[in-house]
Design a protein around this ligand. Sequence first.
Ligand code: ARG
Length: 589
Amino acid sequence: MASVPSLASSVNQRVADALASALPEAGGADPLLRRSDRADFQANGILALAKKAKANPRELATTVVEGIPTGDLIKEIEVSGPGFLNITVADGAIISTLAARAADDRLGVPLNASAGTTVIDYAQPNVAKEMHVGHLRSAVIGAAMVEILEFTGEKVIRRHHIGDWGTQFGMLIQYLLEHPHELDHKSDSEVSGEEAMSNLNRLYKASRALFDSDEEFKTRARARVVDLQAGEPETLALWQRFVDESKIYFYSVFNKLDMDIQDPDVVGESGYNDMLVETCKLLEESGVAVRSNGALCVFFEDVKGPDGNPTPLIVQKSDGGFGYAATDLSAIRDRVTNLGATELIYVVDARQSLHFKMVFETARRAGWLNDDVKAVQLAFGTVLGKDGKPFKTREGETVRLVDLLDEAVERATAVVREKAEKVGLTEAEIVENGQYVGIGAVKYADLSTSASRDYKFDLDQMVSLNGDTSVYLQYAYARIRSILRRAGDRKPVAHPELELAPAERALGLHLDGFGELIAEAAAEHAPHKVAAYLYQLSSLFTTFYTECPVVKPEPELVVGENRLFLCELTARTLSKGMSLLGIRTPEKL
Ligand code: ARG
């Protein structure tokens, strides 16, 4: 594991040193280096320094340029405009840096020196309920954040805060108690996810119908809620059966999503029951929460209802029942105190933002969150239908996530099949690739726009071979792998002594930015930046491939010494980046 400083950081250091020595009394300045179309990099920091030191910016720029040696790293540096620096790096520097990256398993990506422990709350479906596109977003974005953070060296603890508690269980349990054979099957392993869900749906509908039509059942169901909260063993055992049945279903969907969810990480709302009383006590004793009409409430200056009156966060209802907020506050205590979190990330729908704003502020007032332990909601937008309205079936019902996934795989398999003969895929490979492409398409569509934005769920667009789609990236990867196969024994070797063509330089400089991209995506919780980087990488590769022959068709001759090397590093970077997004890269496509 050797982290490789990027060219940008090396150049930045050279310019920073020159700025500091050109005007020692001014105390230096940030070079403000960025990638540029005119040269490889442009540094704009001289303007601010000149202003501060009351110097002429162009003259200062000239002095700075004189202080920067050209050679191995910087090939050319010139002053432009009012005092910008245009910097071109040496071809050899590009290839040597990339060679150092290629020699490292981590592609030279540095570990975060100030890594901590992040607890990430994501993939949190609700017991006895169907999963929908909202659950897709939380799962996909959360899983990508886990991978990105772990890649930077962060310790990540996953928490799947499933909705496994609440008054609706009174009705369900009471019904099951009165119809004991309704959930009978020999063993869990004999039930498919689909069957589990259809059992739960049937029970839900039947108990709901009874609850709405039979007053006596309603009374019994309500009494059952009290038994559940009191931990009455028979009631708890039945509740557990609902949870277990639901988990069969959840795992089947996560499996379809090619996601690894571990049972010990599933700590639902019920997992904090033992802490609720204590949480309320702590809040009340410290004065953070106050009794108002019997309920335990936290008030906020800036949170008011439509009538202008303050809307409190209700931690405990006047009937003594605990709600969503009490659970979330207890979870914060657990995650900070017992799990040692330095950061909490909640991948939850933006429509719950007010809840989290109030919960986080309450936890800050109580001292559970502070400058060293932060909580953020990675809030995501709504999935829309092609019509731009929240995604619904024609009948106006919520679309089942499994149906969407199945359709995506079906469409993707058709796309894969079209080229299968040419590529030489077996039937088993077609089926497997269909899954990788279909699920990849759904994940990528979700991850390639910034999480906070809404996006349209459009399968036609998602499996299209052109444009910003995962299939496009997967094809780029597979094409490189096929080039490498055709090159046979010729090994990809870096040759820093050789000149680079413009398309090779462009590709090389982009490859060099991978480490910085990862640091940025991790710090900003922005998986979409990884997607954008990979898309650009594939586009640059496509240009490179068009302009710079790598393997000539007849006879199979490898040309351009650095080209095979660039191909291989591009493939490794693509596949690593895609794996961070939870997307597979088949070798042949
Ligand atoms: N189960 C909730 C839902 O389906 C999401 C839970 C979010 N996490 C939390 N700690 N409140 O909307």
